[in-house]
Design a protein around this ligand. Structure first.
Ligand code: BGC
Length: 454
C-alpha cells in the first residue's frame, strides 16, 4: 500500500467514455457518430473491429455499476453520446437516449457513486460532420444547443460536468487523420481546435443559463515535453510539442489568447485559425475546476523524432519503462500541476480525470495479474499526495479505465481496464488492480469523518 497524504474529502473514481463502452451503435433511434463511420471504414481501426458492441454498456450498465460497488468507487466519470441524445445533432431529442442516461445516472446515485459527466468525448454526430464538423464554426451553436438539452434533462442530479475531453483529439481527427473523421487538412485542423474552444465557451454559457447546481470545467491532457538535451533544436522541439499538445488550449482558456510563439508559427504555416471579435471572451469565461488527464511525459530528441504530439522517442533515451513501452514517470502529475499554477495562474480545484496504463505483452499469459498497473497507479497516487502537500488543490483521482474497452484506432488491442471482459460473455472480471484499488479506497475511507461515510 503506498504512503499517501490524501485529505479526507479526496475522492476515488474510475473513468470511461460513451463510445468506448456503450455499443448499441444504432439501437433505439441513436444516430451514427464519426467513430461509427470511421470504425466501419476498412483500415482505420486495428483489426477492423468497430465499436458496435464494445462493452455493451448500453445493455449492461447494471454490471458496470455492480463492479463500481465492488471496488467501492466514490465517483464515476462517463460521457454522453451526442448522437444517442440528438440523432440529427440539433433539433429533435431521442427520448430513448434520455431514458438510458436516466437509468445510468439514477443507478449510480442509488449505488452511492457520484456521476461526473463529460458532454463530448470525441463522438460527433455524423450528420454534423457532413456539415463540416468541428471545422465549421457553427459547431459552437450546435454544441450550445446540445448542452442546453443535457443540462435540462440531467442537471438536477449530476453535480460535476466537463464540456470537452482532450480537445487535442480534434487535431488528431482533422489535422493528422488517425482519429475520426480521418481528415488530413492542417488548416481545417487548427480551425477545428479553435472552434472546439468556442464550443466549450457555449457549453459553459448554457450551464450558467440553466442555473443548474454543481460545477463545470474542461478536461485537458498534459504530456509535457522534456528536451533530451539543452540544444536549441531540442528545446524548440519541446516548445512546439507543448504548444500543439496543450498550450494552445490553455493560452486561450487562461492566458488571454494564443501566444505570439503559436501565432507566428501557425501564420508561417498558413494554418492560423480565423478568429472573430468576441471569441476570446467566450472562450475564457470562468470555469469551476480543471480536469487533468495525465499519463506520462514525452522526451523529445531532435536527432530522433519530430516531436509531434504523437511521436515517441525511439530508441528510448533512458528512464524507467513499462512493459507497454511507455515511460513510467509518475512525477508528470506534479510537473503538470506546477505548470498550470506557474504559467497559467491556476490555483483552483483540479480533478485528475484520467490516469492509467495499457497492459503490455507480458500480460498475455495472465491478464488478471496486472502488478505493473498497481505499481503505476501507486506511483501517481504518491505524487498526487506530494502535490497536495505542496499546496495544490487536487480533489479526486479517476483511474482510466473501469474495464478494458474500445481504445480508438487501436481497437480492442490495448487494454487499460482494472477489469477484463470475458470474450464470450462480456462479463466484467476484476483484475488484481481492481482488488488492490478497492483496498486503497477502503483504507482512505477510514480517514473520513463518519458523516461523510454514510
Ligand atoms: C482518452 C481516452 C483513452 C485514454 C488511453 C485518453 O487520452 O481520453 O479516451 O482511452 O487516453 O489512451
Amino acid at each position: 500500500m503506498p504512503t499517501l497524504y490524501l485529505p479526507p474529502h479526496f475522492k476515488f473514481g474510475a473513468a470511461t467514455s460513451a463510445f468506448q463502452i456503450e455499443g448499441g451503435w444504432n439501437a433505439d433511434g441513436k444516430g451514427p457518430s464519426i467513430w461509427d463511420t470511421f470504425g466501419h471504414s476498412p483500415g482505420k481501426v486495428k483489426n477492423d473491429e468497430p465499436g458496435d458492441v464494445a462493452c455493451d454498456s448500453y445493455h449492461r450498465y447494471g454490471d458496470d455499476i455492480a463492479l463500481m460497488r465492488e471496488v467501492g468507487l466514490d465517483t464515476y466519470r462517463m460521457s454522453l453520446s451526442w448522437s444517442r441524445l440528438m440523432p440529427e445533432g440539433t433539433g429533435q431529442v431521442n427520448q430513448a437516449g434520455v431514458d438510458y442516461y436516466n437509468r445510468v445516472i439514477d443507478g449510480l446515485l442509488d449505488a452511492g457513486v457520484d456521476p461526473n459527466v463529460t458532454l463530448y468525448h470525441w463522438d460527433l454526430p455524423q450528420v454534423l460532420e457532413d456539415r463540416g464538423g468541428w471545422a465549421n464554426r457553427d459547431v459552437a451553436d450546435w454544441f450550445g444547443e446540445y448542452a442546453t438539452v443535457v443540462f435540462d434533462r440531467f442537471g438536477d442530479r449530476v453535480r460535476r460536468w466537463a464540456t470537452l475531453n482532450e480537445p487535442i483529439a480534434i487535431w488528431a481527427g482533422y489535422g493528422v487523420g488517425f482519429f475520426a473523421p480521418g481528415r488530413t487538412d492542417a488548416r481545417a485542423g487548427r480551425q477545428a481546435m479553435h472552434n472546439a474552444l468556442l464550443a466549450h465557451g457555449s457549453g459553459v454559457q448554457a450551464f450558467r443559463a440553466a442555473g443548474s447546481p454543481g460545477e463545470i470545467g474542461i478536461v485537458l491532457d498534459i504530456w509535457k515535453r522534456h528536451p533530451a538535451t539543452q540544444s536549441a533544436r531540442d528545446v524548440a522541439l519541446a516548445h512546439e510539442g507543448d504548444d500543439d499538445g496543450f498550450r494552445f488550449f490553455l493560452d486561450a482558456l487562461r492566458g488571454g489568447g494564443y501566444s505570439d510563439r503559436i501565432r507566428h508559427r501557425l501564420q508561417a504555416e498558413g494554418t492560423m485559425p480565423v478568429i472573430h471579435d468576441g471569441d476570446q471572451e467566450l472562450i475564457e469565461q470562468p470555469i469551476d475546476y480543471l480536469g487533468l488527464n495525465v499519463y506520462s511525459r514525452i522526451v523529445v530528441d531532435s536527432t530522433k523524432n519530430d516531436g509531434s504530439q504523437f511521436a515517441r522517442t525511439d530508441p528510448f533515451p533512458g528512464g524507467n519503462f513499462l512493459d507497454n513501452g511507455q515511460e513510467f514517470y509518475p512525477r508528470a502529475v506534479l510537473d503538470a500541476l506546477n505548470l498550470l499554477r506557474d504559467d497559467y495562474g491556476w490555483t483552483g480545484p483540479v480533478h485528475i480525470t484520467e490516469n492509467g496504463m495499457a497492459d503490455g505483452p507480458s500480460s498475455d499469459s495472465d491478464p488478471l495479474q496486472d502488478d505493473e498497473r498497481i505499481r503505476y497507479v501507486s506511483g501517481f497516487l504518491e505524487w498526487i499526495s506530494e502535490a497536495i502537500r505542496e499546496g495544490h488543490d487536487v480533489r479526486s483521482y479517476y483511474l482510466w479505465s473501469l474495464m478494458d474497452n474500445f481504445e480508438w484506432s487501436a481497437g480492442f488491442s490495448m487494454k487499460f481496464g482494472i477489469a477484463a471482459l470475458d470474450p464470450a460473455t462480456l462479463d466484467r472480471v476484476p483484475k488484481k488492480s481492481a482488488l488492490w484499488y478497492r483496498d486503497v479506497i477502503a483504507a482512505h475511507r477510514k480517514t473520513r469523518p463518519t458523516a461523510e461515510q454514510a
